[in-house]
Design a protein around this ligand. Structure first.
Ligand SMILES: NC(=O)CC[C@H](N)C(=O)O
Length: 347
């Protein structure tokens, strides 16, 4: 079925719909990973976003039900140059089309994803609509204007607290839309993990008497979460705190720093980052549209992006706080950054 991606600035890309045939509106972003589409689809940080992959053939190893970062796909729509109809892999349980159909997510193929990516890089991330058939300009603008992602964290956080058993250190993990592999990485280190809903009060966190408070990744703009920022302020100095991505941004805001929106974000598994403490460069997995702009007082920068120089990590030895903007848990991407989970636990 013919379908169009219509961007906020009026640019239209025509292709064919696959997956679940229902119109979608969201923020259009690109991911430069060559592989890892299952992990991208199910990463809750993509809530509210239509993701386009720059790699031209997606779906060739199919979909299994093991490599998921949450129970279901979280993207609003998925755009590819070509999706593979006949995957070949011993773990494949279905193809991408069936997976998207089952989960009510629209796909769009035969799009010149390189041209689309160039538009987003030149003009910046913008909202867009995947429309089935024609849609007039007014209707598009109407849909785009009414789109909001401020409640994203509420939609993806755990509804209730739950525990993952372990005999080692106790991690109280605030779930803003946590990726499963973060939990797996703590599990591999024998941790007991208590996963708590995003709006859990600081007293309840402290009553657990954890060894580490951990702030997860998650969707949306960190500045849309003032109540959570206040809750984090009440935890600072009382327990060691670690954070990844949204967790890192919220920590920066709670400590008096600021964040800003990047022109087109960092999304992919091939982003070079320099660890300034080790004087080494690592290739990292990333998915962020916001970044820490002004550092909080008393925090030092530990990691920087070698693509554009933005802050990728920060630490306070005195307050036992350490957080990174990128994804040391990988999934998808290189696993060489998982040493940071030991650093979180060393806090
Ligand atoms: N992966 C994340 O936690 C993303 C954080 C935030 N939503 C951003 O886009 O910057």
């Amino acid at each position: 079925m013919k379908a169009n991606l219509i961007l906020e600035n009026g640019v239209v890309f025509s292709g064919e719909a696959f997956g679940y045939l229902e119109e979608a509106v969201g923020e259009v972003v690109f991911n430069t990973g060559m592989t890892g589409y299952q992990e991208v689809l199910t990463d809750p940080s993509y809530w509210g976003q239509i993701v386009t992959m720059t790699y031209p053939l997606i779906g060739n190893y199919g979909v299994n039900l093991e490599d998921l970062e949450s129970k279901s796909p979280k993207v609003k729509g998925f755009i590819v140059k070509e999706y593979c109809k006949n995957p070949s892999n011993f773990r494949a349980e279905m193809n991408l089309d069936s997976y998207l159909k089952q989960n009510k997510i629209i796909g769009l193929e035969n799009i010149d994803t390189r041209a689309l990516t160039k538009v987003l890089r030149n003009s910046g991330t913008m909202r867009g609509v995947i429309a089935l058939g024609e849609m007039n300009k007014e209707a598009v603008q109407e849909k785009i204007k009414s789109f909001s992602n401020v409640d994203a964290v509420k939609k993806v956080t755990a509804k209730e607290k739950y525990t993952v058993d372990g005999s080692g250190k106790h991690v109280a993990l605030m779930d803003f839309g946590v990726k499963e592999n973060i939990i797996r990485c703590f599990k591999e280190r024998n941790c007991k993990i208590t996963v708590l809903p995003a709006y859990t009060k600081p007293e309840e966190m402290l009553n657990l008497n954890p060894d580490l408070i951990f702030l997860s990744n998650g969707p949306g703009d960190p500045e849309d979460l003032p109540e959570i920022i206040e809750n984090i302020k009440a935890l600072v100095g009382k327990k060691p705190i670690g954070g990844i991505c949204l967790g890192h941004q919220l920590l920066a805001l709670a400590l008096g720093g600021s964040t800003e929106k990047l022109k087109f974000g960092h999304r992919g598994c091939n982003h070079p980052v320099k660890d300034l403490e080790r004087n080494r460069v690592y290739i990292t997995s990333q998915n962020h549209g916001y970044v820490v702009k002004e550092m909080p007082e008393n925090m030092v920068v530990t990691h920087v992006s070698l693509n554009d120089g933005f802050i990728e990590g920060m630490r306070s030895i005195k307050q036992r706080i350490f957080s990174v903007q990128y994804h040391p848990e990988a999934s998808p991407g290189p696993i060489e950054n998982q040493y940071l989970f030991d650093e979180f636990l060393n806090l």
